[in-house]
Design a protein around this ligand. Structure first.
Ligand code: MG
Length: 375
């Protein structure tokens, strides 16, 4: 069977949000997904997802990525991805996903089997909220969203800080913290908003919150020494690294003991092989990994598969694995991958390649028509 690539299709999807929501980086006014499907001459296909600005991705794929890929051997994945990384880092990540699925299908096995076999059939997920909205009451609206997520069976929720004053944010978080039941946890994400003094102030307040799972990115992630100092301030677990592109990018944080939990994103790192290398690196340092995966349902699914194959982080946690981020905000693309959390866990299917079919009706329905909506 010929493994040469015959077709490269792109599927840019767009959904303007009726009610914007956001974090300390500002509001999101739309949700988007850029899917791609590679098909070999022998008829095997694989799906990938790229995160980015749709017009730029469409142009880049048409201009040189599609012409480059046509006719290439799909089994030379690491070489193709290494070349494409030099052109477009995130496109290379999406292409590596599709090439991985093709490799698994070609061997007649699942992606997890390609990676050595999964160690568990279900992976926990936590509900990830964008706490700020333009219209809704503050902080009643995010608090009620958090309660809704918990009532759906999530055991942990992540909320945002950093877009309002310390007092306003603190009041929101204090209410949330006090409203959780035993066994429920929360995480706080500042999206790199603070200076050192503010981060320390938050850190001191957090010391008494036993149900806080982690404090995420209070500062720019390059400030390794400050992360280390914050971590040594007390018992609050520090997490971060969602925008780091490579295993090398995590090295300083790991070597200096700056984080308890690293958060690579399979759509942000340079391909799934690099992503899995990062997971292995974290295990070598005895550090936990809880992937960032807010930017797409398919890339999140790849994060779930990788998590299913990952050894436990300690002898004390043999039956446990770190959770994957689950977007609970309004986003029709969540349904692209037909899996829903039950009791805060995703039960993974088995089967060749991805082991499931993407919702192609949904892909047709939300296909971006190329019109301008960006201003
Ligand atoms: Mg974050």
């Amino acid at each position: 069977m010929s493994m040469r690539l015959a077709a490269v299709e792109t599927f840019p999807l767009l959904y303007p949000l009726p009610q914007p929501y956001g974090d300390a980086n500002g509001y999101k006014y739309y949700r988007a997904s850029f899917l791609l499907r590679l098909t070999t001459e022998g008829g095997l296909s694989g799906w990938g997802e790229v995160t980015g600005w749709l017009p730029e991705l469409e142009t880049e794929f048409k201009r040189r990525i599609i012409p480059y890929l046509r006719g290439k051997n799909a089994l030379k994945r690491t070489r193709l991805v290494a070349h494409l990384k030099g052109w477009h880092h995130r496109a290379a990540a999406g292409i590596s996903m599709a090439l991985t699925e093709i490799a698994a299908k070609g061997a007649g096995i699942s992606i997890c089997e390609l990676w050595g076999g999964r160690r568990r059939d279900k992976v926990p997920v936590y509900a990830s909220l964008q706490s700020y909205t333009a219209q809704a009451a503050w902080p009643e609206h995010p608090l009620s969203q958090a309660q809704e997520a918990l009532s759906q069976g999530f055991r942990a929720i992540k909320v945002k800080i950093g877009a309002k004053t310390f007092g306003e944010d603190f009041s929101h978080i204090q209410h949330l913290q006090g409203s959780l039941s035993p066994g429920q946890e929360f995480m706080v994400d500042a999206n790199q908003s603070f200076d050192q003094a503010t981060a320390r102030k938050w850190g001191r307040q957090m010391l008494s919150w036993e149900n806080l799972a982690w404090f995420e990115e209070p500062l720019p992630i390059q400030q390794v020494a400050t992360y280390k100092a914050l971590r040594s301030q007390g018992g609050v677990a520090m997490a971060g690294g969602e925008n780091i592109k490579s295993a090398v990018g995590f090295l300083a944080l790991l070597q200096q003991g700056a984080l308890d939990i690293i958060q690579p994103d399979p759509a942000h790192t340079g391909g799934l092989d690099e992503y899995r290398h990062i997971l292995g690196l974290a295990r070598s340092f005895g550090v936990r990994v809880s992937p960032h995966s807010f930017d797409g349902a398919l890339s999140r699914y790849y994060a779930l598969l990788a998590q299913a194959c990952l050894p436990p982080w300690s002898k004390m946690a043999q039956d446990d694995i770190e959770p994957v981020e689950w977007d609970v905000m309004e986003n029709p693309f969540t349904a692209l991958v037909p899996l829903k959390p039950k009791g805060g866990q995703i039960h993974l299917p088995s089967g060749r390649g991805l082991g499931l079919e993407l919702d192609e009706e949904l892909i047709c329905h939300y296909r971006w028509d190329g019109s301008s909506h960006w201003s």
